[in-house]
Ligand binder design. Structure first.
Ligand code: SME
Length: 151
């Protein structure tokens, strides 16, 4: 069983959307709810694409100095440049990894897509090595797909 219950978070996001909350509040809700799942979800970052740059619009967990990431840079920028979600089991094995802290062992990036358009991404840092199974990743994708519609 995955740790994350994506359906519950999607329901919360739909509820918030019905109350006409702001984009910032939707993003904050998503970040906070994913992180609340607990380990292996250590920190959650919502980077949204503004032109050729990913901009950190919301996060829950550890602060990061990487508030703007050019497309193509790091794991986050690679996801956008290649159009592929990134599941990095061991960040020490990745050459272009942008480190935020020394505790992070693994990282999952799931793109927020609306049709052919990439709107941004959900970036999860974990202190646990290689924890994101396909089932776990699928739960994060449910949240990303909901955001693509509601934002
Ligand atoms: N590690 C990311 C940078 C963002 S932080 O993890 C919040 C990367 O390599 O793109």
């Amino acid at each position: 069983m995955p740790v994350l219950d994506g359906d519950r978070i999607v329901a919360a996001l739909r509820g918030a959307f019905a109350r006409e909350v702001s984009r910032a509040e939707l993003l904050q809700l998503a970040a906070a709810r994913i992180r609340e799942a607990g380990s292996p979800y250590t920190s959650v970052y919502l980077y949204m694409l503004h032109g050729e740059e990913l901009v950190l619009e919301s996060f829950a967990g550890r602060e990061t100095e990487h508030t703007r990431i050019p497309v193509g840079k790091g794991v986050c920028g690679t996801a956008v440049a290649t159009g592929r979600d990134q599941n990095v089991g061991d960040v020490r094995a990745v050459g272009n990894y942008l480190a935020c802290n020394t505790f992070t062992r693994s990282e999952l990036v799931v793109l927020i897509r609306r049709g052919p358009l990439i709107l941004g991404q959900i970036d999860v840092d974990s202190d646990v090595p290689d924890p994101f199974t396909p089932a776990e990743e699928a739960e994060v994708k449910k949240v990303a797909d909901a955001l693509a519609v509601l934002l």
